[in-house]
Design a protein around this ligand. Structure first.
Ligand code: SAH
Length: 205
């Protein structure tokens, strides 16, 4: 068994990976292409790895938990804040398929460029350079929103850009991982437990 297959098996046993479409996405996306060159050998150990500018590609376990929490399906319109390497974006792209669309925002130009190269063959992904805290008002409403850096609680402007019954997954600076569903404009909040993320930073990089 390859180290990639072993990691996927471990996440299935741990219950982090459950849904066939999500498992298939993890099988298809080459994480080694999304990590810095010096770390390619470590792509399938279950750790976050350094990118540039003090940022990290999230731990595969965390990507699995967040992706399952999104409850994605084909053709959805999704927004990601914090493109980083583009790895999480590639996983989402595989699941929503050719009729879906993912918009992903990154504030650090060097990471935006790195992700643009990494995602060159993912035709349903649009990369945006800038501050994602205010979302993408001209593309709303979104079926799903994922924030991959820690926010101070639920960002109201992002919640407002969700469709009715839409979901946002967002880690917070007090180490919660919130899954919020919009039901009749009201946030129904679930906390998936303790995770640590780099913080969201306001303004462009
Ligand atoms: N999803 C990424 C993980 C990235 S880590 C991956 O799969 O590799 C979080 C990212 O959020 C960092 O790249 C950081 O620069 C970015 N970020 C932080 N604050 C932001 C903001 N306000 N707008 C857009 N991106 C932001």
């Amino acid at each position: 068994m390859s180290s990639k297959e072993a990691l996927i098996e471990k996440h299935k046993r741990q219950g982090a990976l459950k849904t066939p479409d999500v498992i298939r996405a993890f099988e298809r996306v080459p994480r080694e292409k999304f990590v810095a060159k010096d770390y390619q050998h470590y792509a399938y150990i279950d750790e976050p790895l350094p990118l540039f500018s003090g940022q990290t590609i999230s731990q595969p376990y965390t990507v699995a938990i967040m992706t399952e929490a999104l409850e994605l399906s084909q053709s959805q319109k999704v927004l990601e804040i914090g493109t980083g390497s583009g790895y999480q974006a590639a996983i989402i792209s595989e699941i929503i398929g050719p009729r879906g669309r993912l918009y992903t925002i990154e504030r650090i130009p060097k990471l935006h460029e790195f992700a643009t190269e990494n995602l060159a063959h993912y035709d349903n992904v649009t990369l945006v350079l800038g501050d994602g805290i205010k979302g993408l008002p001209d593309k709303e409403p979104f079926d799903r929103i994922i924030v991959t850096a820690a926010a101070d609680g639920l960002p109201q402007e992002l919640f407002d850009q969700l469709r009715e019954n839409g979901k946002i997954v967002v880690p917070t600076t007090d180490h919660k991982l919130l899954v919020v569903t919009k039901v009749k404009d009201v946030p129904i909040v679930q906390n998936l437990g303790s995770f640590v993320f780099v913080p969201l930073v306001e303004g462009e990089g």
